[in-house]
Structures are given as C-alpha cells and as structure tokens.
Design a protein around this ligand. Structure first.
Ligand code: F6R
Length: 242
C-alpha cells in the first residue's frame, strides 16, 4: 500500500484529484468507481476546476458509484445520485448515460443488486475506485461483520451509520434504514483503489484498518490484501501512524 501524507484537507483533495486526473489522461475511456460523503467533496471540486481550465475531459469516462439509499428517488436532495450530480456530473462534460448508481427506487433488492452487478460487468469492471472510510471502518455501506465475499447487496444500516447520516436529514425518522452497496468482493476487483481520509476523528480507524489485523470487523482492513491501494490522508488522520 502506498501512503501519501497530505498537509490538510485541501492538500489531500488536490493530491487525490491528481491521481484521478492521471487515470483519465492515461485512459480517457476509463471506468471510475466513485464515493459520496463529505471527504471526497474537495476532490470533486478540484476535478471540476481542472475541467473548467481545459485540463480534463470527461466525455469518454464511465462512472459507477459505490452505493445508494434504498427508497430515495434521484431528485431527493439526500440521494447519492443528487450528490454526484451536484458535485460532479452537472459540472463537467460527462455523458450522463455513462454514470451509474444502484437504483434506489427499485423495491426488489435482489433485482436492484443483480442489475447493478451486471452493469459493472458490462462496463468491464472498475479501473480506479475512490473510497472514503467510515468511523467504524466501513467502505461503501459494508458494515462490520459483513462477509468479504459479498457482491452488490442490500444492507440494513447500523445505528452508528444512521446517526452519522442524521446530520443530512430533518429528523432520525427520515434517515433511510437500508441501502444498496457494492460488496467487498466488487470493490476488491477494482484494478486500483484510492482511499481518501481526513481529520483527527479518523486517526484511530486509519491505524486499525491499515495497520491492524485483517478482519470483517473492520471492513477496510481487507484493502491490505489488494495489490494497488493508495491512501491519501492528511496529517490529522495519520497522527497515530508513524
Ligand atoms: C459513500 C460511502 C461511505 C463513506 C464513509 C465516509 O459513498 O460509501 O462509505 O465513504 O461513510 O464518509 P465521510 O467522507 O462523510 O466521512
């Protein structure tokens, strides 16, 4: 695993965006696996900036996102589709027909998940997967204890994840209780993985996930077994790592 130490959040965002840009420049028709959450917002903003300066072209890029809440429509401002459109898709020259997320409006979980697995297979798999890291070590919505063998599946969100998400919703009752997520098996099949982490509150999980034992209790620990992982984290997130 490669660790890139960034000064702060902005530096982390720039360094991560550099890696994604390199991927797009080297392979203009690449498949990017994308994440939502607060950590990658700066990375997307930097990519948009470089696009506006004429340094990046998204016209041939395909994207597949990690996850989507079950039950939210694309126009719900808390859906991950809305987030992606708001932070990236609507601001660059990406072909929206080549942007994919699990279909949160599909009530049949088996169908939603098998459809998404097929989409990922049909686009030829992920070249570069961007990941954030949850406080409990989750990646995507793969919560502690989930089998590493899982492909896209429907998860019941844990109490701690629902609490962390609460800040985005009017009340706890509005927080979705289930989500569709790529599984660990799907994530591990990406050719390259880029993890972005920022902040002191993530320092102990960074240490556990990347320097502790590989265990389903800390889902991100499985990344230690992938042969092309880059962790871009700021000083605060790396403060417990020598
Ligand atoms: C987002 C996702 C989540 C987040 C994680 C960290 O698509 O799958 O695993 O990456 O919860 O979220 P933030 O960046 O908000 O701390």
């Amino acid at each position: 695993m490669k660790i890139i130490r960034a000064k702060d959040y902005n530096d982390m965002s720039r360094k991560a965006a550099n890696i994604i840009s390199a991927q797009i420049i080297m392979k203009p028709n690449c498949v990017l696996g994308l994440a939502t959450g607060s950590t990658p917002i700066g990375t997307y903003a930097q990519l948009v900036d470089w696009y506006k300066k004429g340094d990046l072209d998204f016209s041939e890029v395909t994207t597949v996102n990690l996850d989507e809440y079950k039950g939210l429509t694309r126009d719900n401002d808390q859906s991950y589709y809305y987030f992606m459109n708001d932070n990236l898709f609507s601001k660059v020259n990406i072909d929206l027909n080549k942007t994919f997320l699990p279909d949160g409006t599909e009530p049949d979980s088996n169908k939603a998940c098998s459809d998404y697995n097929k989409i990922i297979a049909d686009v030829g798999g992920v070249d570069l997967q961007l990941l954030g890291l949850g406080h409990n070590g989750h990646i995507g919505f793969n919560e502690p204890g989930m089998a590493f063998e899982a492909e896209t599946h429907c998860v019941d969100l844990t109490e701690s994840t629902m609490k962390a998400n609460q800040r985005f919703f009017a009340s706890m009752d509005d927080v979705p209780k289930q989500a569709y997520t790529m599984g660990i098996k799907t994530i591990m099949q990406a050719k390259k993985i880029l993890v972005v982490v920022s902040g002191e509150d993530k320092a102990s999980i960074v240490k556990e996930a990347f320097f502790g034992p590989i265990t389903p209790k800390v889902q991100a620990s499985v990344l230690q077994l992938h042969n092309d992982v880059t962790l871009v984290a700021d000083e605060a997130a790396l403060s417990l790592v020598k």
